[in-house]
Design a binder for this molecule. Structure first.
Ligand code: NDP
Length: 459
């Protein structure tokens, strides 16, 4: 059934028809409507998309929940005495869901207040000027494909027994001994969440090093720290077959001959763009070599009048990137601006435990592009851990072009890495040099001050 939230439900002609009410789609719809365009957005699932419903927001709430275990432990060194902490999964899950529902209604208000017509249902692009939702056809000057991506799970025998990163947010019970597959963002984040909540957690990754897209020191440091917190990490390992043993128990046949038993298998093996939903084939949209929709600087696809942005195009799958793309789309298409989006130096955080914050080039990328690269590293036990008792160590690294003194990359593993790295992102955007870092007075005592006190290069 298709229902609409428009002032005039008989309205069938729009300047812009957005498909997908995620971060990018909603921002584009609101901003375009603010220029006076008549805008509709079609959504078949939930307002706010992946980030709000089954991504960034609920994940971060789970990270907070899981980190309490360590905080309870540390508190004793500061004089606190606690009883045995007990965690109740349904309370966390349901409180999280209530918060997400609150955010869904905020998104609805934002769209309503902007005068955007919300059409609930699955949209199908018929041609460059027509979209169909259910039995209704809408004609539109422009169409924006912002339907994002969906978890992608390899075809292995027993695949039907695994859960993906959407389902993990709604588990009936917290597993006792989950297995997480994948060494990227979601894999390490959920291994940390399960472990912190008290599950006997195992992380399997097919390659030799976790987080291979990041600076190599970050992956190594995080692997060491995650293992120290009790996560069983198995590298160079793949599941060949999954067999159900009944009563929620599974047997996993690994490629190294080993057999594992577990009660939950979470696959975090990347996400695929929703190309079929976008009608990529039938419309004949050009794709990039990574199998995503190709667009120009205005986010227009190879079919004039059809635009695309967010996780469905070949840019980093990050909410703030989709939002930035939406702003550039509106500026160029509705405000006549010529500005383009600068994809360099995008800061990002991985909310594993300890967390990662990173911006700019990895050491490897820098050495490929610059002939004279210097690195500065610092590793230390944060002040809180002296009384808290945790052995966790913080790691920080600067990658510098020795010829120009320009800082090319800032990388960190430790508490609040994302918070610290956001400011570093501004410094890199502004073209900061190492001497600017050196000339900056530190804030004492913080971990962040290490970034302005690293004097001796590694090489
Ligand atoms: P990632 O691309 O980060 O990681 C996918 C992992 O799965 C990699 O380790 C990859 O291995 C592995 N993998 C891929 N295919 C297979 C396979 N067939 N068998 C076994 N392993 C496989 O994807 P995620 O799913 O973790 O997250 C999707 C995206 O969502 C991220 O890239 C990120 O852009 C975004 N995201 C951002 C977050 C944040 O900002 N904090 C949090 C979560 C997600 P290999 O490296 O060998 O290819």
């Amino acid at each position: 059934m298709v229902s609409t939230h428009c002032s005039d439900e008989k309205e069938h002609e729009f300047d812009l028809f957005v498909i997908g009410a995620g971060s990018g789609g909603v921002r584009a719809a609101r901003m375009a409507a603010a220029t006076g365009a008549k805008v509709a957005v079609a959504e078949e699932r939930y307002l706010g998309g992946t980030c709000v419903n089954v991504g960034c927001v609920p994940k971060k709430l789970f990270v907070y929940a899981s980190h309490f275990a360590e905080d309870f432990e540390s508190s004793q060194g500061f004089g606190w005495t606690l009883g045995e902490p007990v965690h109740d999964w349904p309370t966390l899950r349901d409180n999280k869901t209530r918060e997400i529902e609150r955010l869904n209604s905020i998104y609805q208000n934002l769209l309503d207040n902007a005068g955007v017509c919300i059409i609930e249902g699955r949209a199908q692009v018929m041609n460059a000027g027509t979209v169909r939702v259910g039995e209704t056809e809408y004609s539109c000057k422009r169409i924006l494909l912002a339907m994002g991506g969906w978890p992608s799970i390899p075809d292995i025998p027993g695949k039907e027994h695994v859960i993906d990163s959407n389902q993990v947010f709604y588990l009936e019970n917290l597993p006792e001994n989950p297995v997480v597959v994948g060494g990227g963002y979601i894999g390490v984040e959920f291994a940390g969440i399960f472990n912190g909540l008290g599950c006997n957690t195992r992380l399997l990754y097919r390659g030799p090093k976790l987080l291979k897209k990041f600076d190599h020191d970050l992956g190594e440091h995080v692997t060491k720290e995650m293992a120290a917190k009790g996560i069983e990490i198995q590298l160079n390992t793949e599941i060949e077959e999954i067999r159900s043993l009944g009563e929620g128990q599974y047997e996993l046949q690994l490629n190294n001959g080993e057999m594992l038993h577990c009660d939950c298998i979470l696959y975090a093996t990347g996400r695929s763009p929703l190309l079929e939903e976008a009608g990529a084939n039938t419309l004949g949209l050009d794709l990039t070599t990574n199998g995503k929709i190709a667009v120009n600087d205005s986010f227009e696809t190879s079919v004039p009048g059809i635009y695309a942005l967010g996780d469905i195009i070949d840019s980093p799958e990050l909410t703030p990137v989709a939002i930035a793309e939406a702003m550039v789309f509106v500026d160029r298409v509705y405000k006549g601006s010529g500005r383009t989006l600068d994809y360099s130096n995008i800061p990002t955080a991985v909310f594993c435990q300890p967390s990662i914050g990173t911006v700019g080039l990895t050491e490897h990328e820098a050495r490929q592009r610059f002939s004279s690269v210097q690195t500065f590293r610092s590793e230390f036990r944060a002040l809180k851990n002296t009384l808290g008792g945790s052995s966790e160590r913080t790691f920080m690294k600067l990658v510098v072009d020795a010829e120009t003194d320009k800082v090319l990359g800032v990388h960190m593993v430790g508490p609040d890495a994302g918070e610290i790295t956001q400011g570093m992102g501004i410094a890199l955007k502004a073209g900061a040099r190492k001497r600017d870092f050196d000339d900056t007075i530190g804030i004492h005592p913080t971990s962040a001050e290490e970034f302005v006190t690293m004097r001796d290069p590694d090489n």
